[in-house]
Design a protein around this ligand. Structure first.
Ligand code: NDP
Length: 313
């Protein structure tokens, strides 16, 4: 049995939040150990061009950006490990976690930055054309389709918000709603209804994204009549919700009804002393690299203060 490892600052997750927390924690001499999880680099590794990051005036590919973040975190001494944290016990003053291979780690401070994953429809054509016209983030990718006709699937607040966002950039937005009503709040629905260039297709589902290399259409089906039609769109935005990666923390860390971690307003503290959360795992509204990085910085500063008060550093 491997010996229990003791660390001052454990960071779980390797998106912009986790790496930014690591850069700040390493520079504060907290000797952070970072576990990347199953998808090193997080959601940005599944995108192509990122044009809204301050650090890259000419834009950057998502995977390259995350590679740069990792290198910067390592440059200051972060111990980056390519494994998953599979179990946790946050009942005592020292926080216990176990890696997938069974290594037990005791940490004085834990920064949770495990992110959230977009839900997808599950169509073969959707996965094949991801990043070539199929996207789960209108704010990230809408700009690439300005002046064009696009479609969005979903009927919650995210879909309503993204549809109105896209309507400002695109010539027309087809909104596919699978029922005869929307789940979105009334005010968001009103905004959608009032936007001239959004056409709502009720009781309608996406059947196939058309195109070989890039999207050049979408076949949809009316689930009441069975009627099919093709929409002449160049992009499909999937806005059917996200799933925060919080299973490991269930029962220990307070979460909202959608399983996002709840942090105290204005900081990254959770209900457990010494456990902090940053990035998309605690943010179901903004979900941007820059906002995740911002809260990652906050988490490292909060952890440093906590460790100093506890006399660990
Ligand atoms: P939701 O879970 O609220 O909505 C998901 C939507 O996707 C539903 O309309 C659902 O349809 C639809 N959907 C799910 N699966 C499929 C599928 N396979 N095919 C077609 N449609 C599908 O997720 P959101 O991301 O919209 O919102 C998450 C949370 O964040 C909510 O609590 C929301 O209120 C909140 N939020 C708040 C915002 C704000 O206040 N500004 C902005 C964005 C989000 P159906 O209704 O039929 O189940």
């Amino acid at each position: 049995m491997a010996e229990i490892e003791r660390v001052k600052c454990l960071i779980i997750g390797s998106g912009p939040a986790g790496y930014t927390a690591a850069i700040y924690a390493a520079r504060a001499n907290l000797s952070p150990v970072l576990y990347t999880g199953m998808e090193p680099g997080g959601q940005l590794t599944t995108t192509t061009d990122v044009e809204n990051s301050l650090d890259y005036p000419d834009g950057i590919m998502g995977p390259q950006m995350m590679e740069d973040f990792r290198k910067q975190a390592e440059r200051f001494g972060t111990d980056v490990r390519y494994e998953l944290i599979a179990k946790g016990d946050f009942s005592g003053p020292v926080h216990k976690v176990w890696t997938e291979s069974g290594q037990e780690i005791h940490a004085d401070a834990v920064i949770i930055a495990t992110g959230a994953s977009a839900r997808w429809l599950g169509l073969e054509s959707e996965q094949r054309l991801r990043n070539n016209g199929v996207s789960a983030c209108a704010v990230c990718d809408g700009f690439f389709f300005r002046g064009q006709e696009v479609a969005i699937v979903g009927a919650g607040d995210t879909a309503a918000e993204e549809a109105t966002y896209l309507a400002k950039l695109c010539s027309k937005v087809h909104m596919l709603v699978r029922r005869d009503e929307m789940r979105a709040s009334k005010i968001m629905q009103e905004r959608v209804f009032k936007t001239q260039n959004i056409e709502i297709h009720w009781n309608t589902e996406a059947e196939e994204v058309l195109g070989e290399e890039v999207v050049n259409g979408l076949r949809v089906v009316n689930n009441v009549t069975g009627d099919k039609k093709e929409l002449p769109v160049t992009a499909l935005f999937v806005a059917i919700g996200h799933k925060p990666n919080t299973e490991v923390f269930e029962g220990w860390i307070h979460m909202n009804e959608n399983k996002y971690i709840v942090t105290e307003p204005g900081c990254t503290r959770t209900n457990v002393a010494g456990v902090f959360a940053c990035g998309d795992v605690q943010d179901d509204v903004y979900r941007q690299a820059v906002t995740a990085a911002g809260t990652g910085c906050m988490a490292a500063l909060d952890a440093e203060k906590y460790l100093a008060e506890k006399g660990v550093i």
